[in-house]
Design a protein around this ligand. Structure first.
Ligand code: XIL
Length: 392
């Protein structure tokens, strides 16, 4: 005969069970509310009509803007249709892997004292052959570094590593680069520093002035290139994005005050189709704050994640297109914005396939063109934004 549970233990069990059920109910209610919120993002009557058949690059150029896309050399080689379509839609190319220290099959820095420009050169040749502008991404970042980097960088060699890399890489393509992302993702308020900087190996070895050093070195190596600070998580009316906006403005003000040769800010703009917290007026003010520092702005890695959106393709495409238009129509109202680059041109090659796949396994649809390079509602949304924005 099992020992009778004492009243207090039995009550504790019931309370625990009730709490779990309650939690479950709350969790279930929150999930149901989120699903409702997302479905409410879909407006089947929304008008995405576009005039004419002109490619995005032409619509951008008509307003004094640039439209471009990232691409990976391996994809351009494997998919001739993509290689043909890229210069049709885009007047700028950003190598997604080939100009980083190490990414995918591109190893620009095989050892601390060697460079392999094979793939970077081919991307530069592709852009030149198709008379496309070439954007360099990225000279100094804490990610996409080779296996030797973590143990290879020290306080006594970090300055030489940084300056030699920039002198060699930016020097090689001097005169051929529209703009360089000189430093990428250097802020991280969650690291707790008063300056909002990310605790990277660059910072640990060189201090906060590594950023100024990088820009000064790049300015000497390629005086013709627009020198850009690039970062993410700045678009929404959330606590995290607000903290990041404050941190990036603090960094930009410091750099400008000390005479750092910085010319522009890159807003990566990796959007989330299920995010409901976009505040147009707050974002306008942020762009205006950047412009008031005398800096230009590039939208550098635009895409709209759809992993939390409904499976239905028609609904998903409408919500993704709405996110593109709601964001870009505000961004392009700021005439300091000079370029819009999507992080990929068509869906199969989006980095989100690896980083943010859908739990239902359906192919993602974050970019302007689909798997067959057909124009989607997202393409129409971007086209409408170029057509309706003020001329530069
Ligand atoms: C990503 C590429 O798309 C991936 O293929 C690669 O594996 C990792 O880097 N912010 C950036 C880009 O600045 O360089 C990143 O690109 C995406 C996030």
């Amino acid at each position: 005969m099992p020992r009778k549970l004492s009243l207090t233990r039995r009550r504790a069990l019931w309370l625990g069970l009730g709490a779990c059920l309650g939690m479950g109910t709350v969790t279930g209610a929150k999930a149901a509310y989120k699903r409702y919120q997302i479905l409410a993002l879909d407006d089947p009557t929304r008008d995405f009509t576009v005039t004419g058949n002109a490619p995005l690059k032409a619509r951008a150029q008509a307003k004094g803007l640039i439209y471009g896309s990232s691409a990976r050399y391996k994809d351009l080689i494997a998919d001739p249709d993509l290689a043909n379509e890229l210069p049709v839609e885009c007047n700028m190319l950003v190598p997604e892997w080939e100009m980083k220290w190490s990414a995918g099959d591109a190893l620009l820095r095989p050892t601390p004292d060697r460079f392999d420009f094979t793939l970077a050169d081919r991307m530069a040749e592709f852009a030149q052959h198709h008379q496309m502008l070439l954007r360099g991404h990225t000279l100094i970042w804490h990610l996409c570094v080779p296996s030797w980097f973590e143990t290879g960088i020290h306080t006594d060699n970090a300055e030489q590593l940084l300056t030699q890399h920039i002198q060699t890489v930016a020097g090689r393509y001097a005169g051929k680069i529209h703009s360089w992302d000189v430093v990428n993702e250097a802020i991280e308020p969650r690291d707790g520093r008063s300056d909002g900087l990310r605790e990277t190996l660059w910072l640990k070895c060189l201090g906060a002035d590594y950023i100024d050093l990088a820009f000064r070195t790049a300015a000497t190596a390629d005086p013709d290139a627009l020198l850009v600070y690039n970062d993410y998580g700045l678009e929404y009316d959330t606590f995290e994005c607000e903290a990041r906006r404050i941190a990036i403005l603090k960094l930009l003000e410091r750099l400008k005050a000390q005479g750092t040769p910085i010319h522009a800010v890159g807003l990566q703009s990796h959007l989330d189709g299920s995010e409901t917290c976009f505040n147009a007026e707050k974002f306008r003010r942020f762009l205006s704050d950047i412009a008031s520092l005398g800096l230009k702005i590039l939208i550098t890695e635009l895409d709209v994640e759809d992993k939390n959106l409904p499976a239905d393709v028609a609904v998903r495409d409408r919500i993704v297109a709405s996110a593109y238009e709601d964001f870009l129509s505000v961004a392009l109202d700021e005439t300091a914005v000079i370029a819009v680059i999507t992080w990929g041109l068509n869906d199969p090659y989006s980095w989100l396939a690896e980083t943010s796949p859908r739990s239902d396994g359906l192919p993602i649809r974050p970019l302007p063109l689909d798997e067959s390079l057909n124009r989607k509602l997202a393409w129409q949304a971007i086209a409408r934004c170029f057509d309706q924005c003020p001329k530069r």
